[in-house]
Design a protein around this ligand. Structure first.
Ligand code: NAD
Ligand code: WQD
Length: 340
């Protein structure tokens, strides 16, 4: 009995694989390394003392995926594999639709043919857009995302709901807020390839001297310090939520379709400048920054009401912003030592 983890060498996927292995699951990873590197696999093995099966291919290659499904008794799937850069998705819309949707559909075809249930999908708070009321709960109305990336997440959700209903399958949609941090071992973390577009990787590289200055995209928002507010959730906490969600699905013996949806966040919002300060305090380093014009498409405020996950999954993110940011710096130091 194995769990297929697509994108299992990526940022959130690798942390989840560690938690799955630590919880006794057999794990089969498919990842084409389009946004990761092989040493992540070795480091997962070092952290856990276990060796997950690994297949380096593109999920769009259905015939290879069929072989993996033939080779294992797959009991559930967690689908992390996707392209995720919002800006890039506007420039390469067809590639994003192709990768994010065809990969998902190929996996669902295999699951459909083999009566496999227990499917977890990485969704995003981007499906809510700028919500009118904070905090955001699962009943907050969805808005058509502005970015192509966001649309692939919303379409993925819809495809999965139709899949669950038509074939009586059990699915969970996890809507992550802003994942940050790295494993406490310092051996796995977010691998920003090229210039990072997300805040925390950019802060990390600025502190390390790889980037000269952080550009703070606007300080004229309607917030206390004028910079936008997000819900930064620690990646190891997030990874644990996947194990909780998987166990819940697997324990549910319903013959009917099951559609579980959870927001995963801390419930607390932090501004861009608060993140910069917290990083400096946590790591005793300086993060030079300059205030710039707003970034197109940015919203003012988003933070989660994650009570449903607490109630039904018994999951709560309790790692503080500073603690999470300490692990980011450990990870950067590890990357420095690899490059030395
Ligand atoms: P990531 O890029 O680090 O991980 C994705 C992994 O999938 C990578 O290792 C990549 O090589 C692999 N991959 C991509 N396309 C593939 C394909 N066609 N075949 C095989 N492997 C493929 O991203 P992440 O931050 O770990 O995000 C994981 C998931 O969570 C994504 O679906 C993303 O949309 C979603 N998500 C991420 C965030 C975030 O801020 N990181 C927030 C909300 C939702
Ligand atoms: C956070 C804040 C920026 C970089 C994106 C996706 C979303 C989800 C999470 C996947 C914003 C500011 C950033 C910088 C800055 N991903 N910032 N200077 O925009 O909340 O969401 O990632 O699903 O879909 O849209 O995250 O980390 O890019 O930005 O000032 O160099 O940091 O303006 O206010 P965001 P982010």
């Amino acid at each position: 009995m194995a769990i297929l983890v697509t994108g299992g060498l990526g940022y959130i996927g690798s942390h989840t694989v560690v938690e799955l292995l630590n919880n006794g699951f057999e794990v089969v990873i498919v990842d084409d390394l389009s946004n990761s590197e092989r040493f992540i696999l070795k480091n997962i093995e070092e952290i856990t003392g276990k060796k997950p099966a690994f297949y380096p291919f593109d999920l769009k290659r259905r015939e290879l995926l069929t072989q993996v499904f033939d080779a294992y008794h797959i009991e559930g799937c967690i689908n992390f594999a996707a392209y995720k850069a919002v800006g890039e998705s506007q420039l390469k819309p067809v590639d994003y639709y192709e990768n994010n949707l065809f990969s998902l559909i190929n996996i669902l075809q295999e699951c459909k043919e083999r009566s496999i249930s227990n499917f977890i999908f990485s969704s995003s708070c981007t499906v809510y857009g700028q919500a009118e009321v904070m905090p955001i709960n699962e009943n907050t109305p969805l808005k058509l995302p502005e970015s192509v990336y966001g649309k692939t997440k919303q379409m993925g959700e819809e495809i999965l709901v139709d899949f669950a209903k038509a074939y009586n399958r059990k699915i969970t949609l996890l809507r992550y807020f802003n994942p940050i941090g790295a494993h406490p071992s310092g051996l796995i973390g977010e691998l920003p390839i090229g210039v990072p577009s997300n805040l925390v990787p950019y802060v990390m590289q600025t502190a390390a001297g790889i980037r000269e200055k952080l550009s703070v995209w606007g300080n004229d928002y309607d917030t206390e310090d004028g910079t936008p507010i997000r819900d930064y959730v620690y990646v190891v906490d997030l990874a644990k939520a996947h194990v909780d969600a998987l166990k819940k699905l697997m324990n549910n013996s319903s013959e009917e379709s099951v559609i579980d949806i959870y927001n995963l966040g801390t419930g607390k919002g932090s501004s861009v400048l608060e993140v910069v300060k917290a990083f400096e305090n946590a790591n005793h380093v300086e993060v030079p920054y300059q205030i710039c014009a707003r970034r197109e498409g940015d919203i003012t405020t988003a933070y989660a009401n994650a009570d449903k996950a607490e109630r039904e999954l018994h999951w709560k993110s309790e790692t503080s912003l500073e603690e999470s940011l300490r692990t980011v710096w450990q990870w950067q130091n590890y990357l420095n030592s690899r490059n030395a």
